[in-house]
Design a protein around this ligand. Structure first.
Ligand code: ADP
Ligand code: MG
Length: 500
């Protein structure tokens, strides 16, 4: 062998050794990385666990807090607000009624002609108007004038299919989904604006009076007969279609629940007992919290960095505003501590609320063998190209842990309400419990299939087959629109007249 050949051989051997060493180091690093991923996942799974025993504790705690909130003002994290709705629609309502729904950047106006005789809607029309952003932070009169003017235009377009008896005033139900201290069925003062609205002048004012004055300024002859929030509206809409509806739950951007309580079971109510013997309670259940809730470090951090620390803890575990954000926080930690997406941390993953729940839902429902949807979402929305199948599978697994925890806790909340009203068992005092329906609404419940199915399955798991057979959870997504019109009807100024 010549000198050159020897040199070449030595160099080649050295290079081969170096490559082999690199591969080994890479494999070790890679396996260490995946071991770390697995460890963090296992920890997440354990912390988020919701075995049925724990869910029962959550349901019990919900029922206990409901009692406390009804006993005295400020008696619980659950406000258990008295809605003043003591007549839910029966299906017998007749006539023309309007509704106005204000709860975000759009508002809706609606009219409905009710035909009575068991839930007969003869005709229904609506219009959606978006609110100019400047009006959300301007003066109170300007905002209400804008709304009343859109309402006046809508009333002016009323066709011949709608009939108002001669000499009667048009009546409207007002769904106003901001924190309100209700003072009667048709009055309530604004506690504070949320969701991007900020008009100091309105705070502390009666929002029905504000709306009524604006209606008068339009020269419109119309009476606001009911002021409600969206959850109470869903309950009313649900009850109109089905007499056995006793509660409503909204799972959308936020979450809330309302239910029908026996008036004499509300110690903090000092008014006259309503004829119906019933009162709808707006629970504001998003603010529920309990030591039994499975909170992780991710949840604690999300809460600390939120606009409302230590408030709305239940909401932060189960609602659409937060599920995607929890997922983002878990992924960020896996990217930082276990290099889930390679050696660098994807910058977009650092941005709060970058991952919205609809995206999470799309990834969670990905049924392609190579998880194409997950890959595309990570690339397009978070700027993470070329993810491995292994990494995509981890993403789906986290979606599953976070969504199932939320759905199972929501189911426990519903079970808590049913426990409070004595409808959580098949038999009570030797008698079988009547059919019971919970009306559900909101984009999360409607569109996140795995979430919805998990909620249903958990509910059956908690109640047992026998009870679950007579307790039905169902989507009632026309509720919040028509609900306010129905409540204007059931609390109409002409109601007594009609009944006598
Ligand atoms: P809001 O609660 O704002 O009144 P919705 O009831 O329509 O409005 O709920 C909207 C919320 O529902 C969104 O903020 C989102 O969290 C959730 N959502 C909407 N679409 C989907 C989807 N495809 N998958 C999962 N969640 C969804
Ligand atoms: Mg809504």
């Amino acid at each position: 062998m010549g000198k050159a050949a020897v040199t070449t051989a030595v160099v080649c051997a050295a290079a081969a050794c170096a490559v082999a060493a690199l591969v080994v180091r890479y494999r070790m690093r890679s396996s260490g990385r995946w071991a770390r991923v697995a460890a963090l996942l296992k920890e997440l799974e354990e912390r988020c666990a919701t075995p049925v025993g724990k869910l029962r504790q959550v349901a019990d705690a919900m029922a206990v807090e409901m009692h406390a909130g009804l006993a005295s003002e400020g008696g619980s994290k659950l406000k258990m607000l008295i809605s003043y709705v003591n007549n839910l629609p029966t299906g017998e309502e007749t006539g023309l009624f309007y509704a106005l729904d204000l709860g975000g950047t759009n508002f809706r106006v609606l009219r409905v002609q009710l035909g009575g005789k068991e839930r007969c809607v003869l005709k229904q029309e609506f219009e959606e108007v978006s609110i100019p952003p400047l009006l959300m932070v301007g003066g109170s009169d300007e905002l209400f004038d804008f709304i009343a003017s859109a309402l006046a235009k809508f009333v002016a377009s009323e066709g011949e299919d709608f009939h108002l008896p001669v000499g009667r005033q048009r009546e409207i139900g007002f769904t106003f989904s901001f924190p309100v201290r209700q003072t009667s069925i048709a009055s309530g003062t604004l506690i504070k604006w949320t969701k991007g609205f900020n008009i100091d002048e309105t705070v502390g004012e009666d929002v029905v009076a504000e709306l009524t004055r604006a209606i008068e300024r339009q020269g419109l002859d119309m009476r606001v007969s009911a002021l409600i929030n969206d959850t109470v509206g869903t309950l009313a809409g649900g009850r109109y279609h089905d007499n056995d509806v006793v509660a409503a739950v909204i799972l959308g951007t936020g979450t809330n629940a309302a239910y029908v309580e026996r008036a004499h079971a509300i110690p903090k109510w000092h008014g006259l007992l309503p004829k119906s013997g019933e009162m709808v309670i707006n629970m504001e259940w998003g603010n529920f919290r309990s030591s039994h809730l499975p909170l992780t470090d991710y949840d604690q951090a999300l809460d600390n960095e939120s606009l409302n620390p230590s408030e709305q803890i239940f909401e932060k575990l189960i609602s659409g505003m937060y599920l995607g954000e929890i997922l983002r926080r878990v992924l960020l930690r896996l990217a930082k501590e276990a290099s889930l997406f390679g050696d660098s941390v994807p910058p977009k993953l650092e941005i709060p609320f970058m991952l919205r729940t609809p995206v999470m839902s799309a990834m969670h429902h990905d049924t392609t063998p190579d998880l194409k949807v997950v890959g595309a979402k990570l690339k397009d929305l978070l700027g993470i190209p070329n993810t491995s199948l292994k990494a995509r599978k981890v993403v789906v697994q986290i979606c599953d842990i976070v969504a199932r925890r939320g759905a199972r806790l929501a189911a426990a909340g519903v079970a808590g309400i049913l426990k409070k009203v004595g409808r959580d068992t098949a038999v009570k005092g030797g008698e079988s419990v009547p059919r019971t329906v919970v009306a559900m609404d909101g984009g999360l419940y409607e569109h996140y299939t795995i979430f919805r199915e998990c909620l249903q399955a958990t509910f059956e798991e908690m109640l047992g087959a026998e009870a679950a057979a007579s307790v039905i959870i169902k989507l009632a997504n026309d509720g919040s629109g028509i609900g306010a019109a129905l409540l204007a009807a059931s609390h109409s100024q002409y109601r007594e007249l009609e009944q006598s």
